[in-house]
Ligand binder design. Sequence first.
Ligand code: PLP
Length: 452
Amino acid sequence: MKAKNFTRRKFVGTVSASTLGAVAIGSIPAFGATKTSNKLAILGGNPVRQNKSWPDWPYVDKNVMDSIEKTTQSGIWCRIQDRENGTVVKFERQYAEMMGVTRCVAVGSGTQALHTAVEALGLGPGDEVITSPYTDPGTIAAILSARALPVLADIDRYSFQVDPDDVERRITKNTKAIMPVHMMGQPADLDRFLQIARKYNLFLIEDACQAHFAKFRGKMLGSVGDIGCFSHQSSKVISCGEGGSIISNNAELMEQCYTVQNHGTSKFGRTETIGPKYRMNEFEGAILLGQLPTAMERHAVRNKNAQYLTSKIKDIPGITPQKLYDGTEEGSFYLYTMNYNKEEYNGVPREKYLKALAAEGVGLSPYIKNGLHREPWVDNIMGRKEYQQMYGKSRLEEFKQDMACPVCDLVCDEEMVMLWASGPLLGTTDDMDDVINALAKVYENRDQLKSI
Ligand SMILES: *Cc1c(COP(=O)(O)O)cnc(C)c1O
């Protein structure tokens, strides 16, 4: 329960010694020192955080640089030039081992990973896949590219994850798979999704594109369902510009993934099925390989900082860290997200709140503007000949009619407050205190928000 009688005295008593030290020497014009420090920075007061930067992202070190140089000089630039010791195949082996699975196939993006998985599972025209509207467009692009139908279920207001009850309600005779998205790199409600997949005999595809090294009941995310997909796009915690990977313990399915992403051509060189060419190149492999040896150290720092943030932020009214499900052990902390409740801020809308925080030197983002149910692809496929033929007009009408996701709308329009965390959560405790102090200062001085 939140302390409704939140006071500065109580809060300052809990901030770290490093921040208090800084206050004492006056470098952080934080709480309680002078009268002007009570003024929000946006109204001319002193900002909580000044002249400091967040850790750089994407991550680069000598090992990464050496790895790229070695690949450049080797002339092995494409994975089929060296099937034993190339960077892509080495990355696949190492990543699979870290994920606790037998096999990984690397591809050119998270979207490509998801599309490859969908094709390899044999899903296509006439099939329906239920997923979340609150996600990257790549999630549904993967389903649409196979000409399957992405059916969107609403989300939970506080976990931001797709809601199992609404998923179950949307199952039809054509539903073949569910694709929960582990948003913010935290587990979706996997106990329920495993149960639903079993009960209705559906594939469970994990969109773990944000969720590298996140753990659920002792298992890495991506290894819990039938197949798991990751993104290695620049912003993600394991990144190479654009890249993706697929993991599973199902040897046959993974061989099919290899074949699909290799323009339908198997490792034996026979062109067997429909497939795009999605192969990861050796430079991408080199960058990924170069960062794996130290990746778990960064993962641990993000988790430690996130725990610290949560332990403090939970006492600030009206701003609630993401709800986690039972079984959650570690997060990727690609993003650190919170729910903003304007009732605790005299009804001040989120946009003003975010402006006030930015002026304090802590820039948080509203993140996804529109759930995918509010994007124009819906009308686009309604008008397409192949969708009309494969699904029938009445199913498409019903699909469109049942598109509403009001909780997702509320989260998008009013409540999501996000700290991009790949780099920032590698910061010091002092950096974390800036975030906490900015949130606390704006709460304490919430009466001033009306005059922004
Ligand atoms: C990033 C992301 C994707 C797509 O990955 P790309 O590498 O950008 O294609 C898919 N789903 C989620 C949840 C993502 O965050």
